[in-house]
Design a binder for this molecule. Structure first.
Ligand code: NAI
Length: 422
């Protein structure tokens, strides 16, 4: 309630010289104007609970001090092993409904127990919610030594298609009636297929290819970037990955118009990108792995299909020191779900030593997407400062000259203290 001379806040006793009703009312007015944003929270399995708790603590703290004037109402939901234990289902319908209602989520890593009815609950969630783009920025941090020299200035983003490719789950075991029928139907034996082969289908559609490339362009334009690379293996998989490249170029040309700068022109034009132009190039996937190590500075936004994107994001994370620092945001047209690249880390679960930075950086991506830039910036600065001073969790200790190793909880507390001073 907004304070007024008759309200209880006005009549409360105070020794302050300040006219109480003014300070109280302005505070309450601010609170009234404050946005409350519901965000679905799936804590996750393994280290999930530990890193989620740390992430929520730091995000809440940053929001409370920021000029974003918002708070998050965390709507807990279940998925994965914990959901199976508590409800008998890996992905309860209430969880999906909660996402559809609120449109934003933060999720710890999930384990998919064998026999739970899904190949991967993560893949199922992305497909059911049509979270077709997986945005995975990878960057190095000052103070943390990198395994690679060039990683000192490593900063790129991988935009991975999330719904198609060999991850679509269209696989048939060797000797299964489906595999036999499919082989007969397509006369695969006549095309050299071995007896008793397992078969998998790799769907790559024009619609999904175009929309992921459009997402990559949107990201580049929103973040002032001017290099887009379509990554594919179209030299071998011509009908699928080759088509992705062709649709991708076409989509880029249509969206960018005069701003489209093709690779050839860039090469002939002294390798410069004129103001306003966006270089659109492509790389064969294996060459891209080489570029990650030798010339990451030639790339800013990598757009690619599901499997390439999965491999590339772990490789890129390795270039800056591993999975502990690799965040991600799954995006559809209506729903966003932040999740780190890493898994449940069963080897360290429950020990209180997991690094929450990847999930926290995923949260930072979500905060930006929710237009809460001040809290996002405060968290990023706190992380940068912690890393440069060697305040790290155990997984990063070997990368600092003089590390001060902290538990997950102590790391979160130290970030909050830095945010207090920011
Ligand atoms: P993982 O990422 O869980 O662990 C690989 C290595 O990195 C382990 O040595 C682990 O201790 C370390 N590590 C990972 N995250 C860390 C962190 N935050 N702090 C410190 N060290 C960390 O990969 P793994 O072992 O292949 O998978 C384990 C489980 O996670 C599997 O059940 C898998 O299906 C699931 N998974 C779930 C994902 C998700 O929910 N998005 C993604 C990847 C795997």
């Amino acid at each position: 309630m907004l304070g007024s001379p008759g309200s209880s806040s006005y009549t409360s006793t105070s020794t302050s010289q300040e006219p109480l009703f003014l300070s109280e009312s302005s505070r309450e007015l601010r609170e009234l104007q404050q946005k409350t944003i519901p965000v679905v929270l799936i804590e996750g399995d393994g280290i999930g609970k530990e890193v989620s708790a740390a992430t929520v603590q730091v995000i809440n703290h940053a929001l409370s001090l920021s000029s974003d004037n918002a708070e998050i109402r965390w709507e807990k939901a279940l998925a994965g092993k914990e959901a199976l234990t508590q409800t008998g289902e890996l992905l309860p319908v209430e969880t999906i409904e909660s996402f559809l209602r609120h449109g934003a989520g933060l999720k710890g890593p999930l384990e998919t127990p064998v026999g739970g009815g899904f190949r991967s609950v993560n893949v199922a969630l992305r497909k059911l919610l049509d979270l077709y783009a997986n945005v995975r920025p990878v960057r190095s941090f000052e103070g943390l030594e990198n395994p690679l020299r060039t990683a000192d200035q490593f900063r790129l983003v991988i935009i991975r298609e999330n719904t198609e490719d060999v991850y679509a789950g269209l696989e048939f075991e060797a000797g299964s009636p489906e595999a036999i029928r499919l082989a007969e139907f397509l006369d695969l034996k006549g095309k050299g297929l071995d007896e008793n082969s397992a078969l998998g289908i790799k769907p790559i559609s024009e619609r999904a290819s175009r929309r992921i490339v459009a997402k990559g362009i949107e990201y580049a334009l929103a973040n002032g970037l001017n290099r887009i690379t379509l990554v594919h293996k179209g030299n071998i998989m011509k009908a699928t990955e080759g088509a992705f490249r062709d649709w991708g170029y076409d989509e880029a040309k249509q969206i960018l118009g005069d701003r489209f700068l093709p690779w050839k022109e860039f090469h002939l034009g002294g390798k410069t990108i004129a103001d306003g132009k966006i270089l659109v190039q492509d790389r064969i996937a294996d060459a891209m792995f080489q570029d990650l190590i030798l010339a990451p500075q030639n790339h800013q936004v990598l757009v690619t299909m599901n499997l390439n994107g999965d491999y590339l994001s772990d490789a890129a994370a390795a270039c800056v020191g591993g999975l502990g620092l690799a965040p991600g945001l799954n995006e559809g047209d209506k729903i966003r779900l932040a999740e780190a690249v890493h898994g449940t880390a069963p080897d360290i679960a429950g020990k209180g030593i997991a690094n929450p930075s990847a999930l926290l950086l995923s949260g930072v991506l979500l905060l930006r997407a929710l237009e809460l830039p001040d809290s996002a910036k405060r968290i990023e600065l706190a992380l940068e400062e912690n890393f440069s001073r060697g305040e790290v969790t155990g997984d990063l200790a070997y990368r600092h000259k003089n590390p001060h190793v902290l538990s997950t909880q102590a790391f979160a507390d130290s970030l909050c203290q830095r945010i207090d001073k920011s």
